[in-house]
Design a binder for this molecule. Sequence first.
Ligand SMILES: Nc1ncnc2c1ncn2[C@@H]1O[C@H](COP(=O)(O)OP(=O)(O)O)[C@@H](O)[C@H]1O
Ligand SMILES: [Mg+2]
Length: 407
Amino acid sequence: MGLNRLYHDKQISILKRALRNDWYMMINTGAVRAGKTQLDNDLFLMELRRAKKNAALDGVKNPMYILGATSAGTLQTNILKELTDKYGFDFKFDKHGNFTLFGVYVVTTFTGSIAGLRSIRGMTAYGAYINEATLANKEVFDEIRKRCSGRGARIICDTNPDHPNHWLKVDYIDKADGKSIIVNHFTVFDNTFLNQRYIDNLIATTPSGMFTERGIYGRWVSGEGAVYRDFKEDMFIDHPPDQITKVFAGVDWGYEHYGSIVVCGQSADGTTYLLEEHAEQYKEIDYWVDVAKDIKSRYGNIKFYADSARPEHVARFVRENIKCFNANKSVLSGIEEVAKLMKNGRFFVVESKVKKFKDEVYQYVWNEKTGEPVKTNDDVLDALRYAIYSQLSEPKAKVKRKSTYGL
Ligand SMILES: Nc1ncnc2c1ncn2[C@@H]1O[C@H](COP(=O)(O)OP(=O)(O)O)[C@@H](O)[C@H]1O
Ligand SMILES: [Mg+2]
């Protein structure tokens, strides 16, 4: 079978470079779904064989190699499952979650938190493969690099682009010399295994601005201008539709700043409606308990996803028999989901029930230096993001309950 049936052109040229002259670190960065991980998984197998040979020259019979992924979930889905599906490997894990492949002991580590250090501290590795490198804790990344002291050890990384001041960009990508550190850049168009319809759909559904620059073109850009630039005036509606099957709320605590509770409704296809906004300054927790109880009396025992920064307020809600949970506060992922709904025309706002939202949605802007939004004009928008993203990232219940909320 020809190479071009197995790899796309960019993958082939990188493979050829990888085999030609020696290198120390290879960073494959760029668009989502570009074929970075597929390539790196194969490079990983090639590197294991190389590691075995290099270790033999040192008289080491059981060499070690580091395999890093953000979490156990991404290790499984991005790497191990892909390799099992493609090559039929049956990974046998020991009690440390590690396995042996091609005579190399592969030590897995979860780079997403500092706890990842524990599994690799003190070891000598003959190489490392780090999936989603920008999401790695920098200390864990540095430790992996230090551990790679075995003869000929190399490091393979893949990552989606992030903020231009990210340490991976500044300390490694910007210092690439094409010899010791090699950086390869991908766009989604490089992946000729994706069909045109899929690519068109991906482009159509990716939020405009930073998310498109990074996700489609693979560029390391920071956000600039409005965060929710896909929000349009015609997303304001007079009444919520009848087909709402799920209602949930988001809570952002505040006193000097506005405190805010928003209520969202969702139809079966995921279209999301901002049904009401409650935003007030200088109100004590008792006030917010009353607001939540009133919401509960009208919509039923719905979930409230609240800012975890005030655990005593969350605890108070729970004591008052309000179904209150800590929100998933991941900023960029949350914004991306809200922005996706807007871009896809699946977000509407009941105009008469909101006030502050109207100002915030146009004034909420990126801070180009930090890569996050400027923390003003965000009280209602934070509550909205907590509601939408927490609801979405929550494990789905097996049985779908259909109910109407008398809207
Ligand atoms: N060499 C390849 N052969 C066949 N399909 C591929 C190949 N490379 C990529 N693909 C397809 O493209 C998808 C995205 O590839 P992946 O490596 O996961 O992208 P990335 O890591 O850049 O997000 C894969 O799920 C697979 O369907
Ligand atoms: Mg990937």
